[in-house]
Design a protein around this ligand. Sequence first.
Ligand SMILES: [Zn+2]
Length: 180
Amino acid sequence: MISKRRLIVGAGALICVAGARPAGAALPPISQAQHEKFMRLAIEQAKRNPAIPSGSVIVKPDTGEVMARGVNNSAENPVMHGEMVCLLDYIRLNGNKGWGDKVIYTTGEPCSMCMSALVYADIGGVVFGSSLGGIGDRGIDNIAISAKAVVDAAPFYKGLLLGGVLANETDALFQACKKN
Ligand SMILES: [Zn+2]
């Protein structure tokens, strides 16, 4: 019951971290098939930047509506990671409101900057593919603070955190970028 707990999947392990109130309380139950469908949309975004294939979408899971899109653009601006581009796209299209029943799907585990921004937005959920460690192994510099560590340091945040969705496919994206 992912709607009742915060779930983190890493390296094939499933870890449940119960929150003070149900994580992602504003979210409907989301099936694994739905998670994978939405992650494929993030992968589509990632393919727009083969050098840093960090792509994101923000969706409304109950309707499947895509509310925002983004891909890494740090060549132009160092804070424009895929998640930040997506978050700003969301605000541009929808205003700074309605975060609670939305989920961001992103090909790589959000870095501490992006995860902090998503926590401050109080987004309903964060779902990622490849883990931060795996991304670092593939030659992309990342500060070694996990998304879970950011959430653990923010007890006011009760959103869903889930990793490892379609990780085989997102790992392949990051593996390919190392060769560029
Ligand atoms: Zn980031």
